[in-house]
Design a protein around this ligand. Structure first.
Ligand SMILES: [Mn+2]
Length: 179
């Protein structure tokens, strides 16, 4: 019964319920769940990742940060490894935004390989989304600053997936961001 397929469905269902009422910041207000599903798919489809715990963590990666989900809830339902990966990619929301962004740059190199994979795919998804359309209320300068910051985070994640890193590098190059 606990085949990988069943496990993945259980996980995507959990994430969809948790993100049920959330929307992305684009003008179309895309359902939030498109993002974690897309991040997991980048890992499988473009990164060639078949590690079930990484794919589950990708589906769940924003549940603790952006919903009422607790790390203990994830551990009870999906086990300690998945819960730990999600914890590694979760920002401390008690800190101001700029400090959270600084900590992402600082912490990136010290993450596990599994967490680094989720972070690479998350950044790739978000940067592609920014190229697709500008979030409501964002200026072109803010978009560019996001690319510069993302590049700093990615520097600390290198040596993890050449496929994903090459795709990120191409996006940074297009923006003229110093690698
Ligand atoms: Mn995310």
């Amino acid at each position: 019964m606990n085949s990988d397929a069943v496990l993945l469905l259980e996980t995507v269902h959990f994430a969809a319920e948790k993100h049920r009422n959330q929307r992305r910041k684009d003008a179309e207000q895309t359902p939030y769940i498109n993002h974690p599903v897309g991040v997991a798919r980048i890992l499988s489809h473009e990164g060639g990742i078949t590690d079930i715990e990484v794919l589950q963590a990708a589906l769940l990666h924003d549940t603790v940060e952006d919903t009422d989900t607790t790390p203990a809830e994830l551990e009870a339902k999906f086990g300690p490894i998945v819960a730990r990966i999600v914890q590694e990619v979760t920002d401390d929301k008690s800190l101001p935004k700029q400090e959270r962004k600084r900590q992402q740059v600082e912490h990136a190199p010290h993450c596990s390989r599994q967490a680094k994979l989720v972070k690479l795919a998350d950044k790739l998804y978000n940067l592609r989304d920014l190229n697709r359309c500008t979030p409501v209320g964002w200026t072109a300068e803010r978009v560019q600053e996001y690319f510069v910051w993302a590049c700093e985070v990615v520097k600390g994640l290198r040596g993890t997936s050449s496929a994903l890193e090459e795709k990120l590098d191409e996006l940074f190059r297009q923006r003229g961001v110093q690698l």
